[in-house]
Design a protein around this ligand. Structure first.
Ligand SMILES: [Zn+2]
Length: 354
């Protein structure tokens, strides 16, 4: 098994796997993966990291490959920001990790997802990316090439992900044995995000919860009590996702404990790292899920706009709605109160509806 096979879990990226395979023998110090987080760029980054450290170009089965995939490997850090955007302090923390020596691996690998939220931390990171120790490799991820990332991009090998069409996502779900009806709904609610589509296809409750975002435009009225109740329900979606995350984290910890018990090895450092990652994940899960919901809502208005019999007034309404949703997305990066944000957005959308 090589990088090709590791990439099999990430559909539509075969070209990319071949491209990265060529770098395994003498990798550069910085890679920049451009593509939706949910097109599988994080999984791809982990697969690439495993292939760089594994003695067989990423066999997928050895302890190294498994540890990297599960996030336990001491020399591979997936740096998750704690708040809505990466802070200068966090960038300094990354710089600190970059200069640490490895615990015996060929390379120290640092994966930083969602670089589009790098903000003021970019110059600090740039310094680290420009002058890293020879054995340190950065894999930076962003969903798009923003102007503030220009210099970082110019210092990195840029790898662009092919985005999957809705039809391709649907085909992949069917190929994996999911029912037709469930797959159609999963594709719709995933807003073009592969990993979410996969999750939705296998989970009825999740489909039900997220369909509220899709139904929102038809449920909205100018009546304040309706708006409050809808905002509360959407906040509850965040709480539900938080609970689910906690359950899956517990499973992950149990799995780590079992793995180390079987080896009779000491577990502490890996466990600390995992718990630290869990804390970071929990801190940002509500924003992440709210972002996912807003994407579904935005897609609804975009589809309306594309509708051939959409009238002029309606088209203007959709354009305004999309712009309001985009503003809410931007406000999320500033750590604002989610209930107030939703109240403001829903009130505006309702005031424009007839
Ligand atoms: Zn391996």
């Amino acid at each position: 098994m090589g990088l090709d096979e590791l990439f099999e879990q990430i559909p539509g990226q075969e070209r990319l796997a071949r491209e990265l395979q060529l770098h395994l023998a003498s990798p550069k110090n910085s890679y920049f993966f451009i593509g939706s987080h949910d097109a599988g760029s994080l999984d791809a980054a982990k697969a690439f990291a495993a292939a760089l450290l594994c003695e067989n170009d990423g066999c997928g089965e050895c302890q190294i490959c498994i540890a990297v995939k599960r996030g336990f490997h001491p020399d591979v850090s997936v740096f998750e920001r704690s708040g809505a955007a990466l802070t200068v302090e966090e960038a300094q923390e990354i710089t600190g990790i970059a200069i640490r020596s490895t615990s015996g691996s060929k390379y120290r690998i640092i994966i930083v997802p969602e670089m589009e939220l790098v903000g003021r931390a970019a110059p600090v990171l740039l310094k680290s990316v420009e002058e890293p120790p020879l054995s340190t490799i950065f894999i930076l991820l962003a969903s798009m090439e923003l102007p503030e990332l220009k210099t970082l991009l110019s210092r990195s090998v840029v790898v662009r992900f092919d985005s999957l069409s809705q039809e391709q996502i649907y085909e992949q779900l069917i190929k994996r044995g999911y029912a037709q009806e469930d797959s159609v709904e999963a594709v719709r609610l995933s807003a073009g995000r592969w990993s979410r589509a996969l999750e939705l296809a296998s989970d009825r409750e999740l489909r039900q919860v997220f369909s509220l975002w899709e139904q929102l435009p038809s449920l909205l009225t100018r009546d304040m009590s309706t708006i409050v109740s809808l905002a509360e329900k959407l906040v509850a979606v965040g709480s539900l996702m938080e609970e689910r995350k906690k359950r899956s984290q517990k499973e992950e910890l149990d799995e780590l404990d079992a793995m180390y018990r079987a080896q009779g090895a000491r577990v502490s450092a890996s466990r600390d790292r995992l718990e630290e990652r869990h804390k970071r994940e929990l801190r940002k899960i509500r924003t992440t899920e709210l972002r996912a919901g807003l994407l579904i809502l935005e897609r609804h208005y975009r589809n309306q706009l594309m509708n051939w019999n959409c009238g002029e007034g309606e088209a203007q309404f959709c354009i305004d709605a999309i712009s309001q949703i985009e503003q809410s997305q931007a406000a999320l990066a500033r750590n604002c109160n989610e209930f107030l944000l939703l109240m403001a957005l829903l009130s505006r959308l309702a005031s424009k509806s007839s």
